[in-house]
Ligand binder design. Structure first.
Ligand SMILES: [Zn+2]
Length: 154
């Protein structure tokens, strides 16, 4: 059920940004899912297939990039991998999760009927297909708290 609410939040965000760009439909979505995010990718894909129908994403492919968990020392920035003791061998501080709990909408590929750019004088034909980077959208779901607990107690 967690995946269903994430997909609904995702579709709302994509719809908002696609309309702001004057898109008539969405071609492809790129998302990054951390291995400690608590999201099951097969369930996410199933939820997406269920909810995308009435939206601009009706024909859009969902591409999921899994992100492995990585920890770093908050003191000296030393990287620590999964399976290691999550305490810095140099300064003994508990490691902090650097990545692997994210649920991020990375990029949206849109089909646009007209170009919504400041330089409207010359509109290249290539702007019919547009790919926008959306990393500034940030996280689409709540970041996992289990991951941080795991990192500090392990
Ligand atoms: Zn350290």
């Amino acid at each position: 059920m967690h995946e269903y609410s994430i997909v609904q939040a995702l579709l709302e965000q994509v719809d908002h940004h696609a309309r702001a760009q004057g898109a008539s439909r969405v071609r492809r979505l790129h998302v990054r899912i951390g291995e400690l995010s608590g999201v099951e990718v097969p369930l996410l894909s199933l939820a997406y297939a269920t909810f995308r129908e009435p939206t601009l994403c009706a024909d859009a492919e969902l591409l999921v990039k899994p992100v492995p968990a990585r920890w770093r020392c908050p003191g000296c920035d030393r990287a620590m991998r999964r399976g290691n003791v999550l305490r810095c061998p140099d300064c003994a501080r508990p490691a902090r999760l650097a990545e692997g709990d994210e649920i991020v909408l990375d990029r949206i590929e849109l089909e646009v009927d007209r170009c919504v750019t400041p330089a409207a004088a010359e509109i290249p034909r290539s702007c019919r297909w547009r790919s926008i980077r959306t990393s500034w959208l940030g996280t689409i779901g709540a970041r996992g708290t289990t991951a941080r607990t795991f990192a500090s107690t392990a």
